[in-house]
Design a protein around this ligand. Structure first.
Ligand SMILES: O=C(O)CCC(=O)C(=O)O
Ligand SMILES: [Fe+2]
Length: 232
């Protein structure tokens, strides 16, 4: 069962975005069985639950493979800090709706989703249309992320960048407005924002002590309040 955490079009405080994103988001989180759910069918559906289970499975595999690639003494260290099916894990599954664009409502510089990096450890993202761009470190500019029908984007988040001592990098990304001829087309994404367990202690995995240890909960609180002026 899932519960809605919010349907917002957040004005960002921390980012330099000139305008709120042209989108709406349903954030959902795992809650105990028996709790009331206000989720609409698109979220509280068999498909949605199956999708979440798949996201959790894939995220665990990727965290394991990253552990192997980073030559961690215990390659499962990050997997163990993500108890995706338990309440102590605050990962979100979100449905992002980018409505058809009414040009008269746009303010200068407004995008479907302004430049940002994700807060958590790992994001798995499904989208039904192109539009996602990523900052290329080589070129120093945005490039199209490419689009594979039915594919999933895998994105490193800030928590993992900090935790890995900057070995893994949280890539900045954004979603452009559609071309003029497609302004009337909506776009839908489903994102799984994987976070470490609330009490997981994030100590730099490469032993560099580059960042002081912090729990995942403290880290997320700091990021949410810096960005939205509120804790989630
Ligand atoms: O819809 C997309 O392609 C990107 C969404 C995104 O980056 C986010 O919600 O954090
Ligand atoms: Fe994102």
């Amino acid at each position: 069962m899932y519960d809605i955490l919010g349907i917002r079009n957040y004005p960002l405080l921390e980012e330099t975005a000139p305008a709120p994103d042209y989108k709406e988001v349903f954030h959902t989180n795992r809650i105990t069985e028996g709790d009331r759910t206000l989720a609409p069918p698109i979220i509280d559906s068999e498909e949605s639950r199956k999708l979440r289970a798949k996201f959790e499975e894939q995220a665990s595999r990727i965290l394991y493979l990253l552990g192997v690639a980073m030559k961690l003494k215990d390659p499962y260290q990050m997997v163990k800090a993500h108890s995706f099916t338990e309440k102590k894990n605050p990962s979100n599954q979100s449905v992002v709706w980018y409505p058809p664009v009414d040009k008269s409502l746009l303010v200068p510089g407004q995008l479907r989703c302004g430049e940002h990096s994700d807060f958590g450890s790992l994001t798995l993202l499904y989208s039904d249309a192109p539009g996602l761009q990523v900052m290329s470190r080589e070129l120093g500019e945005y490039v199209d992320a490419g689009f594979i029908e039915g594919g999933i984007y895998v994105n490193i988040g800030d928590m993992l960048q900090m935790w890995s001592g900057d070995v893994l990098i949280a890539t900045k990304h954004r979603v452009l407005l559609p071309e003029a001829k497609f302004l009337d087309k909506e776009r839908v994404s489903v994102a799984f924002f994987g976070h470490a367990d609330d009490e997981a202690l994030l100590e730099t995995l490469d032993g560099s002590n580059k960042y002081p240890p912090i729990t995942a909960r403290q880290y997320l609180r700091r990021r949410f309040s810096a960005t939205y002026g509120t804790e989630q």
